[in-house]
Ligand binder design. Structure first.
Ligand code: JFZ
Length: 481
């Protein structure tokens, strides 16, 4: 008996260290796969209408809003440079003291309709809202917690107002949900005793209840983006992550779930022990992006990246001067970069405690929005082109339309286009104004597109019409959906 436990222990250790478990994308032949009860639900990309909508949306906004917006990175007169939504941890504030911030939660300038108008103007197709971040404060009146908007001077259901306002503007709503919850004494980082296990099971039931509550109260929600799932306690309960995925999918047909929720039988996360993506899309690209030349494997699955405007501040921080702040152009380039590799991009906003947005965020939303209004056709519904990246910028593609999104104009004024075998370039048109550009084939499969000589002040888009002479030879064909 003892031996059996020892060997199980050894097996688990081997799996955890990756000796047995396969790393991401080292997919084993089917007959050599490790049998899993809690691994990937499916192989390959989901192709149903809800998933296609998720993918076609391409560009979204993140909203991190919670009690942390009140101190804005400052506690007892000291400014902490770490992420503002983690201030409770940086300043070692006990949970009960932190949660007293609820008495000050009264965002008098909050206007859900204004938020929705701003999002619409920015050109985002969806918004991911923090329903509950690590601190445990709920933006909806959850009947399972005492730490909710209902118990604040503001009282009203903020999440409900936002869901309605965004939906009225035709914007999809996605829910961010942190499993790790600093307000709940039953949460455990690890399970080391019977007592831990009993408490953590209670915690998982509480979490199930909150998730069911969200699904029932806000049935138009399109996606759950889980966070705070990296602890050993969750890795030891991979079954629960598979259960949550199934439960939400039964309650909300079509709902999408990020890979960060998931752990398999052996505690492997995001990708299961056989190398298959769990959940519907990969969500590990955070404040970084895959290399457009070396990391083309990401085009095999759906993925969504998210980024902050400063270096690493998701919640409102009162002092942005402590870190580099991206320009609207840098933000735009990251959006384009993600889409060019078949991913989505979500840009984060950390509203102020009064319910308004800081001026830098408003300005960024305006600038990106006016670009999207002109060139959004090259973003929405577009994906990976299958063409090798060139120095002038990024390609995106929708069927036979290829978009060249140009960030660096070469001195020669000529943009090189190298197509894959069998793909013929028919014409090139400036998207803004519709002017046709001269195209010259230089060698086999390589073309020069000549730009007009006037100064071009912002990233612009050249639309290429192509025709596929034959499918063979294009090894990227599979990744084009
Ligand atoms: C998490 C949160 O801790 C953070 O406050 C914010 O909400 C962000 C969106 O998500 O932070 C993470 C989580 C995962 C990684 C990095 C930061 N990761 O996988 O690299």
């Amino acid at each position: 008996m003892k031996n059996k436990f020892l060997s199980i222990f050894f097996f688990l250790t081997l799996c955890a260290t990756g000796v047995v478990a396969q790393k991401q994308s080292q997919v084993l032949p089917a007959d050599l796969e490790i049998p899993l009860r809690y691994g990937a639900e499916r192989l390959g990309k989901r192709q149903d209408a809800a998933m296609r909508k998720f993918r076609d949306n391409r560009f979204g906004a993140f909203i991190h809003w919670g009690l942390y917006a009140i101190p804005g990175g400052e506690w007892n007169g000291k400014i902490y440079s770490g992420a503002a939504e983690w201030l409770k941890a940086w300043a070692k504030v006990p949970a009960d003291e932190w949660l007293k911030l609820m008495d000050q939660w009264n965002p008098t300038k909050f206007n859900a309709k204004e938020w929705a108008k701003m999002a619409k103007k920015m050109g985002v197709k969806y918004v991911k809202i923090t329903t509950k971040h690590h601190e445990g404060f709920c933006l909806w009146p959850s009947k399972y917690s005492q730490y909710t908007v209902a118990q604040t001077p503001y009282k009203k259901d903020i999440l409900g107002e936002l869901v309605k306002a965004y939906n009225d503007e035709g914007i999809d709503v996605h829910f961010y949900f942190s499993v790790m919850d600093w307000s709940n004494p039953d949460y455990r980082y690890d399970i080391r005793s019977e007592e831990d296990s009993v408490a953590f099971n209670r915690f998982l039931t509480f979490t199930d209840n909150q998730l069911k509550e969200l699904a029932i109260r806000y049935p138009t929600v399109k996606d759950f983006w889980f966070d705070g799932t990296w602890d050993t306690s969750i890795k030891k309960n991979g079954w629960w992550t598979a259960h949550v995925e199934r439960m939400l999918k039964e309650m909300l047909p079509g709902v999408t779930i990020n890979s960060r929720l998931r752990a398999d039988d052996y505690g492997q996360r995001h990708f299961d022990s056989n190398g298959h993506l769990m959940g519907d899309y990969e969500s590990a690209y955070e404040r970084r992006l895959p290399d457009p030349v070396k990391d083309l494997k990401v085009t095999r699955w759906d993925w969504e990246a998210c980024m902050t405007i400063p270096e690493n501040q998701w919640g409102y921080h009162k002092d942005w001067s402590i870190s580099y702040v991206k320009t609207p152009l840098e933000v735009l380039e990251r959006i384009v970069h993600a889409v060019s590799m078949g991913g989505n991009m979500v840009v984060n906003f950390g509203p102020q405690a009064d319910g308004d947005f800081r001026p830098e965020e408003k300005e960024l939303a305006e600038t990106v929005g006016s670009w999207m209004k002109k060139y959004g056709e090259s973003i929405y519904g577009c994906g990976y082109s299958g063409l090798p990246k060139q120095d002038w910028g990024y390609y995106t593609r929708k069927g036979d339309e290829i978009y060249m999104i140009v960030f660096n104009v070469p001195y020669s004024g000529k943009l090189v286009v190298r197509t894959t075998k069998g793909l013929q370039l028919l014409n090139a048109i400036m998207m803004d104004g519709g002017r046709e550009l001269e195209v010259a084939e230089t060698t086999n499969n390589e073309y020069n597109v000549s730009l007009p000589s006037q100064k071009l002040g912002e990233p612009f888009v050249v639309k290429l019409k192509v025709t596929e002479k034959a499918d063979k030879g294009n090894k990227y064909k599979d990744a084009l959906t």
